[in-house]
Write a protein that binds this ligand. Structure first.
Ligand SMILES: Nc1ncnc2c1ncn2[C@@H]1O[C@H](COP(=O)(O)OP(=O)(O)OP(=O)(O)O)[C@@H](O)[C@H]1O
Ligand SMILES: [Mg+2]
Length: 267
């Protein structure tokens, strides 16, 4: 059997020692407008970190800079042992395959089955039609995709068309597809934004569950303070292009976080 697809490792987690992310002096300007003005922070493995900040404070820009979907202007990013800014295009692709991304909009293929969409997550390791259609995928890949669907509670919808699912179910399919990448790090940009309160909470709980079970690292953005408090180990707050808040979630409360936002508005 091709070791790449060994099902035994499909849902087991990475073992990382040392920090999974070290950001030093990270800056980003669009034209002459500085959005990030020299960020420094380090993330330990196996933790969920929430990134908070007002609209336009640069949270999404920061997440995109980490994997160079946006090129930083200055600074250093070491993620999963890679000097990200030094990676050549081919190495950058291989690096990105280790990073699972959950967006508010998930870009599933609506007319294809749930299972086919989950199988698409394997494209970082396998290309061509076998990574596209469920019927052509190797049996091990299909089995792994079913395990990922089971993990998100949707194994019984495997053959349904994605466009027949609710928004919350589609977000869970997107998470199952991301799991097919066997990521070591998950970046989640408002995965709960377009979901009702109950469904949004379930999606956040699912992401935190992956952190706890598999030792994955999660950096997530949510505008819901109750989600920030319930589903993170640490909170970073972004304001005026800098890390203006950094505290263990155990030491945070909703009133304190609201004060952080009020302070930004006042200044
Ligand atoms: N590609 C771009 N070109 C020019 N300016 C941009 C670009 N992307 C983002 N910006 C600007 O950078 C700033 C930060 O945007 P960003 O999307 O990172 O904020 P955010 O904190 O994620 O906000 P929100 O909470 O609304 O999602 C905004 O002023 C935005 O207009
Ligand atoms: Mg954003």
């Amino acid at each position: 059997m091709n070791a790449q697809f060994a099902p035994a490792t499909a849902l087991s987690g990475p073992t990382m020692v040392g920090p999974v992310l070290v950001v030093s002096g990270l800056a980003k300007a669009f034209d002459d407008r500085r959005i990030l003005s020299g960020l420094d922070f380090t993330l330990a493995p196996g933790q969920s970190t929430a990134l908070i900040g007002a609209n336009g404070s640069g949270k999404s820009t920061l997440l995109k800079c980490l994997i160079r979907l946006i090129e930083p202007t200055e600074g250093k990013i070491e993620m999963l042992g890679h000097d990200v800014r030094a990676l050549a295009p081919r190495d950058l692709r291989a690096f990105r395959a280790q990073v699972g991304i959950v967006w508010q909009r998930h870009n599933l293929v609506p007319r294809l089955s749930v299972l086919s969409n989950v199988i698409h997550g394997v494209q970082s390791r396998l290309s061509g039609p076998r990574a596209w259609f469920q019927a052509l995928a190797p049996a091990q890949v299909r089995a792994e995709a079913m395990l990922c669907l089971e993990r998100v509670g949707l194994a019984d919808r495997a053959v349904a068309r994605v466009d027949s699912l609710s928004g919350g179910q589609q977000q869970r399919v997107a998470i199952a597809r991301m799991l097919m990448q066997r990521p070591a790090f998950i970046l989640a940009d408002e995965p709960d934004a377009s979901l009702d309160p109950q469904t949004g909470e379930e999606v956040m709980a699912l992401l935190l569950g992956l952190v706890r079970e598999k030792g994955l690292s999660l950096l997530m953005i949510s505008h819901r303070l109750e989600h920030t408090l319930a589903f993170s180990d640490r909170i970073l707050g972004l304001a005026q292009g800098r890390i203006a808040l950094d505290l263990p979630t155990a030491d945070a409360d909703a009133a304190g976080l609201r004060r952080f936002f009020d302070h930004q508005e006042a200044s």
